[in-house]
Design a protein around this ligand. Structure first.
Ligand code: THU
Length: 130
């Protein structure tokens, strides 16, 4: 069973691949599925700025493209320039889509240097279901 620290470390390692020349705000994400598989993503920016893809959605898209059908157990997000870098609103809805009753754990860097853990249902109360 992978620890929060290990998952966060994976997000930390992948951030070097971020393509963020416009904001200079790199982000890395590591998504752990209930079957134990981990997928990684980074933010990918574009000169047409509104087309930017966040690290979290990149990681989740990768999982889906690889055939992952399960629920997300946890996601670790690392942004070297900001502690407590919580997922944006769009990413919250994406995480909600693949969470098990909103219980997906969100792991980010805490203010004190340790890790901060919350859940997607805490970050997105009454997430949208179609
Ligand atoms: N970003 C993410 O990758 N994830 C988030 O949840 C928030 C923002 C990226 C998008 C953009 O490339 C940069 O951070 C600055 O907004």
């Amino acid at each position: 069973m992978i620890t929060n620290e290990e998952l966060f470390q994976i997000a930390k390692e992948i951030v070097k691949n971020s393509y963020s020349p416009y904001s200079n705000f790199p982000v890395g994400a590591a998504v752990l599925y209930e079957d134990g598989t981990i997928y990684k993503g980074v933010n990918v920016e574009n000169s047409s700025l509104g087309l930017t893809l966040c690290a979290e959605r990149n990681a989740i898209s990768t999982a889906i493209a690889q055939g992952q059908k399960g629920k997300i157990e946890a996601i670790a997000i690392y942004a070297p320039k900001e502690k407590m870098c919580a997922p944006c609103g769009a990413c919250r809805q994406w995480i909600w889509e693949f969470s098990n009753n909103g219980n997906t754990r969100i792991i980010i860097e805490g203010e004190n240097g340790g890790l901060y853990e919350t859940t997607i249902k805490e970050l997105l109360p009454l997430g949208f279901n179609l």
